[in-house]
Write a protein that binds this ligand. Structure first.
Ligand code: NAI
Length: 256
């Protein structure tokens, strides 16, 4: 079976990606630092070809421990060596780090560690396994890698770093491994949170209508693009990033 590792897989977009890949018949391993969400997802997919592990992807020793557990699990389920896909999605989803004059080094590092260092640590550990099956990496970046609101420096820098990491890795790891990124726009994740934090918010017409496609995005929108980038149909695509944003980054905005 095809095997995917999805970071930040227990809630939000990552949970949507896990669900989509399981529906497509993949064997899926979700890593997430939220213990409650991990337990909930594991219980939900108890009968599926699924493993959920509590892991902080910005922590080198935690990532190493997760890969030891993954190796053991693959043996337990009689899987041949290797993985087919790494989806590096985990990270602090809040883009606002506050005014740059007041941004502490500790907070700056929290954003870089979860998104960028996490992406690096996961990639470093996954590459030997991906090489075996000639797999793919997909980073979940953001349209905020290429455009900004005020006070989002730590997030924007981390996401911009992921786009640079994408093209750098595509050149280093080809032809064995393809590497691409998805840049989500506004994705509503409230219905995809763990039970204790789940909600189903409505959206104002003005919020929907500002999107050229007339709606706000869903985790399924991102999952479908990730699955495409992992598929043989995307075999000639590497080093790219694709915006999945309902057209927002293509919209010209003038005041008044
Ligand atoms: P979310 O907060 O709903 O889910 C993120 C999941 O990642 C959570 O389960 C959390 O526990 C986990 N996580 C966070 N840091 C982690 C770490 N260091 N190690 C392991 N797990 C960690 O967030 P959402 O919205 O689903 O975001 C997923 C990705 O998509 C993030 O990289 C975010 O920046 C990106 N994104 C989200 C957008 C949106 O509108 N929701 C827009 C653009 C990008």
């Amino acid at each position: 079976m095809r095997i995917a590792i999805v970071t930040g897989g227990a809630q939000g977009i990552g949970r949507g990606i896990v669900t989509h890949l399981l529906e497509e018949g993949w064997r899926v391993i979700a890593l997430d630092k939220d213990a409650e969400a991990v337990q909930e997802l594991a219980a939900m997919h108890a009968d599926a070809p699924f493993l959920a592990l509590e892991t902080d992807v910005g922590d080198e020793s935690a990532v190493a421990a997760a890969f030891r557990r993954i190796a053991g699990w693959c043996v337990e389920v009689n899987e041949t060596p290797g993985i087919d896909l790494l989806v590096s999605n985990a990270g602090i989803a809040d883009p606002v780090s506050g005014p740059v004059e007041q941004l502490s080094l500790t907070d700056w590092r929290r954003w870089q560690d979860s998104h960028l260092t996490g992406g690096f640590l996961m990639t470093r550990a996954a590459v030997p396994l991906l090489r075996i099956r000639k797999g793919a990496i997909v980073f979940v970046a953001s349209t905020r890698a290429i455009q900004s609101e005020p006070d989002c420096e730590a997030y924007a820098a981390a996401k911009g770093g992921l786009l640079a990491l994408t093209h750098a890795l595509a050149i280093s790891l080809g032809p064995d491994i393809r590497v691409n990124a998805v840049c989500p726009g506004w994705i509503e994740t409230a219905p995809w949170q763990k039970q204790s934090e789940r909600s189903h918010p409505g959206h104002r017409a003005v919020d929907r209508d500002q999107h050229p496609v007339g709606r706000i995005g869903t985790p399924e929108d991102i999952a479908a693009t990730v699955a495409f980038l992992a598929s043989p149909g995307a075999g000639f695509i590497t080093g790219q990033h694709i915006a999945v944003d309902g057209g927002m980054t293509r919209k010209m905005i003038y005041a008044g």
